[in-house]
Design a protein around this ligand. Structure first.
Ligand SMILES: [Zn+2]
Length: 128
């Protein structure tokens, strides 16, 4: 297994998900941070947290494989936090947990991210 293969799987998953995080539904970026920052008018620091990562639905340490049906695209925050707990939640439980927190504005760093996240739970692009 090479990193390149995992990256390909990640990009495929990201396209399938319309470049929205599997858990929090926030838009993500992969290698063009500058464009993302401009598009959503975020600070670079906030935008860093929305970097697209490959997330194993079944963790590698539990036998999860680097295969298309086990890889989804998730932002850095969701990916990190899922694996920070001793006993990670199942993907669907975690998705519910994250989306509940997002609705309360208690998931991503506050401030700019909240400002571009409207009440309906959908992102709006900032148009000039
Ligand atoms: Zn996320």
């Amino acid at each position: 297994m090479t990193c390149q293969r995992l990256k390909t799987l990640k990009l495929k998953a990201a396209r399938r998900q319309d470049w929205c995080c599997y858990y929090c539904r926030m838009p993500m970026w992969d290698d063009d941070l500058d464009q993302f920052v401009i598009r959503y008018r975020l600070t670079r620091r906030l935008a860093q947290t929305l970097k697209c990562t490959a997330e194993h639905l079944t963790a590698q340490c539990e036998g999860g494989k680097d295969r298309a049906d086990n890889i989804v695209a998730a932002c850095l925050i969701c990916n990190r936090r899922r694996h920070q707990t001793m006993k990670p939640k199942s993907p669907s439980d975690y998705q519910r947990h994250v989306q509940g927190r997002v609705r309360k504005g208690k998931w991503h760093p506050q401030g700019r991210i909240k400002a571009v996240f409207n009440a309906g739970g959908e992102w709006q692009e900032n148009r000039p």
